[in-house]
Each structure stands twice: as structure tokens, then as C-alpha cells.
Design a protein around this ligand. Structure first.
Ligand SMILES: Cc1cc2nc3c(=O)[nH]c(=O)nc-3n(C[C@H](O)[C@H](O)[C@H](O)COP(=O)(O)OP(=O)(O)OC[C@H]3O[C@@H](n4cnc5c(N)ncnc54)[C@H](O)[C@@H]3O)c2cc1C
Length: 344
């Protein structure tokens, strides 16, 4: 049986930092992520600027995501993508974690870093829409510059759709916003700003059909529910998210839930089940900070608690990184790189 010291469920900020920190603590680590990519919710707002990650100058979310992925891989944990954890059981001291492919993974401890569950954007319910996702139908805005001087149709009435419109305002040639409701749900000030700038708003309107160009590769025209046909260069959709939070436990190892979803935890990341820890947005305790920096702190606590659980003689905390011999070899490589040498 190939058993791990810790299996981390979820590859968002909490899971990635847990993977880094468990490596720092010499733990054999596996991280399981249901999406085909790491980064968790950071994949939902790649174009946004992050200002509040400690010590980090303002940075585009997609760049920050790359940094935390790289850091999470520092000690080469085993990473499984496209793999959803369905069921957790415990036999003796070992947790048995069943994934959607029928595999069972074994570990002495588990860190639940499942955040808001598996979040995917709600797609346009139109046949053939999917094929345009590689060209000009978008569910996230990854790169603002590609919309320069373009005619853009945005569908959605919430804050995220309006934020896209505000970000694209200085760049777009023409912008139309459509929403199925009769007023936008987003902040009024932002909506007013767009109206003043001449953005066209169509209420109680949806997309009826997409019409491709001659090569059948890009959306050229969109027919709206009021039969109007508009020409577009790009179509952006923000209709909210689907959330899959399904995950079950055998009776004897079911952590206590709060509000039917979050895991009740203490500040050391301990849930009601010894050996199962919680980190990041999924953890609920007094003073919990639902931000990236909160996820990092939770990860440190959860890993330290997991380490103590599997080895009660171990140190309660890891040594600070500047004194930690896990970095000796890596520091030499970094310094050699700075000095332009092969080795120091
Ligand atoms: C629009 C928006 C803007 C934000 N802006 C900021 C900001 O500026 N600064 C800031 O600090 N925070 C910001 N946040 C909050 C921040 O993104 C979250 O606090 C952070 O992502 C939480 O990390 P996490 O790892 O706990 O959860 P998540 O990021 O949600 O990651 C959880 C991961 O677990 C995976 N998962 C779930 N269930 C399973 C399962 N059963 N099996 C396998 N994998 C599973 C999911 O696919 C996901 O990848 C923002 C959030 C949003 C939505």
C-alpha cells in the first residue's frame, strides 16, 4: 500500500501552500484537484489586480497564480489533476480516499482545502456554443489587450460582468451589455459610469443564437431575444457559477459542518475528526479571514497539526525558512544563479 503522510484535497491557494509547507516539513504529500488546472478560485479573476497579499506588490491575479503554483511544487508533491475526491473513509489509522476514477488513495492525514467546492462558469445553453470558446466566446477575461478596438457584447448583470465592462471601457471600440433582468444587480455607481460613457444597455434580453463567420470558427453575429441582430468581435458571458460541493464521508469520520457546508475547525486547523484538517475558505472558526493570506496561514496551521498528528514527537512548528536546512541546496542554486555561476 502506497500511503502518504498527507493528502491535500484542493489545489487553490490553501492547498498549494499546504503542499509547499508539508514539503518543508518533510512529509510525503499528494494533492488532488478536480479541475484540469491548479489555482482554485484565482482562475475566476485572472485579469484582476491583487493588492492585499502580504509583501507582494500589486500583481495580476494570473501572474500571482503562477507564483503560488510554482511555490506549491517546490518539494515535488504528487499532483493529481482532473480527479475529484468523492468519499473519505478511515480504516485503523489510515484514511482511504476514493476518487471519481474509482482509485483509492491512502494517507495518514488529510487536509481539506476544497474552498467553495468545484466552481465552473455557467455556460450558454446553446448548441454549438462550445466550439467558439477557443476563439471569441469567453467565460473569463484573461488578457485585456486582446479586446482593444473590438466590438464587445457582454451578457450578465452582476458585479463581475460590470467590472469587465469597466475594465474594457478604455479599450473597446463598442460595447453592448445585455441582461435578462429589468435592472442591473451590480453597484449602481459602476453602471452609471458605463452609461455616461455611452455603453448600450439592453434589459430583459438574452442571447437567442450565435451566427458564425464563413469559416465557422468565430461568432460574427448574435441574435438577441428581441430579434435584433448585432455584429460582434467578442462575446463575454458572466451568468454566475455552478458549484459542485458533493463530497461524502463514512459515518465515523464525518467532520462537523457549519451552515451545512463549511468544516468547523479550530485555529490550528483541527476538525472534529482527529487526522482530518481544514484550511482556506472551507474552514470555519472565529476570526477566519476569507482571503488568500488567510488561506496561507490556515495551511501552515493545518500542516503543523497534521505533522504532530502523525508524529507526536515532532516539533510543533517548522523552523523559519531562513534557518531551515530544507533550503540549503536550493539556496546554493539560487545564489549561483544570481552570481552567474554553475555552483557555489
Ligand atoms: C472574484 C473574486 C475576487 C477575489 N479577490 C481577492 C483578492 O483580491 N485578494 C484576496 O486575498 N482574495 C480574493 N478573493 C478570495 C480568494 O480567491 C479566496 O479566499 C481563495 O481562493 C481561497 O482559497 P482556497 O484554496 O481556500 O479555495 P479555492 O480557491 O476555492 O480552491 C479550492 C480548490 O478545491 C478544488 N476542489 C473542491 N472540491 C474538490 C474535490 N471534491 N476534489 C478535488 N478538488 C476539489 C476546487 O476545484 C478548487 O480548485 C477573491 C475571490 C473572488 C471570487
Amino acid at each position: 500500500m502506497n500511503s502518504y503522510d498527507v493528502i491535500i484535497i484542493g489545489g487553490g491557494p490553501a492547498g498549494l501552500y499546504s503542499a509547499f509547507y508539508s514539503g518543508l516539513r518533510n512529509m510525503k504529500t499528494k494533492l488532488i484537484e478536480s479541475q484540469p488546472f491548479l489555482g482554485g478560485k484565482l482562475n475566476l479573476y485572472p485579469e484582476k489586480m491583487i493588492w492585499d497579499a502580504g509583501g507582494q506588490p500589486p500583481i495580476l491575479c494570473q501572474d500571482f497564480k503562477q507564483q503560488i503554483i510554482q511555490q506549491g511544487l517546490t518539494f515535488e508533491p504528487t499532483i493529481l489533476l482532473n480527479t475529484k475526491v468523492d468519499f473519505i473513509d478511515q480504516v485503523g489509522d489510515i484514511f482511504c480516499i476514493t476518487t471519481n476514477d474509482g482509485e483509492v488513495h491512502f494517507s495518514k492525514s488529510v487536509i481539506m482545502a476544497v474552498g467553495g467546492g468545484i466552481i465552473t462558469p455557467q455556460k450558454l445553453p446553446l448548441t454549438d456554443a462550445e466550439k467558439f470558446e477557443v476563439t471569441n466566446l469567453h467565460y473569463t477575461v484573461k488578457n485585456l489587450s486582446r479586446f482593444k478596438e473590438q466590438r464587445i457584447l457582454i451578457s450578465g448583470g452582476g458585479n463581475s460582468a460590470i467590472d469587465w465592462a469597466v475594465d474594457l471601457l478604455p479599450l473597446a471600440k463598442e460595447m453592448t451589455l445585455i441582461y435578462r433582468g429589468d435592472t442591473m444587480k451590480a453597484h449602481e455607481a459602476q453602471v452609471e459610469k458605463l452609461k455616461k460613457a455611452g455603453v448600450r444597455f439592453c434589459y430583459e434580453t438574452t442571447i437567442s443564437s450565435l451566427h458564425p463567420d464563413a469559416a465557422n470558427s468565430r461568432i460574427e453575429k448574435v441574435r438577441l431575444s428581441d430579434e435584433e441582430i448585432i455584429e460582434v468581435d467578442h462575446v463575454l458571458i458572466h451568468h454566475g457559477y455552478n458549484q459542485d460541493a458533493s463530497l461524502s464521508f463514512a459515518g465515523q469520520c464525518t467532520p462537523t459542518l457549519v451552515h451545512n457546508y463549511y468544516y468547523e475547525a479550530d485555529t490550528a486547523g483541527k476538525t472534529s475528526v482527529p487526522g482530518i484538517f481544514a484550511a482556506g475558505d472551507i474552514a470555519s472558526y472565529d476570526g477566519k479571514v476569507n482571503l488568500i493570506l488567510g488561506a496561507f496561514q490556515d495551511a501552515v496551521n493545518a500542516v503543523n497539526s497534521a505533522k504532530q498528528w502523525i508524529d507526536p514527537q515532532s516539533e510543533k512548528h517548522a523552523m523559519v525558512s531562513s534557518h531551515n536546512d530544507r533550503f540549503d541546496e536550493k539556496n546554493k542554486q539560487i545564489i549561483a544563479g544570481m552570481l552567474g555561476m554553475e555552483k557555489v
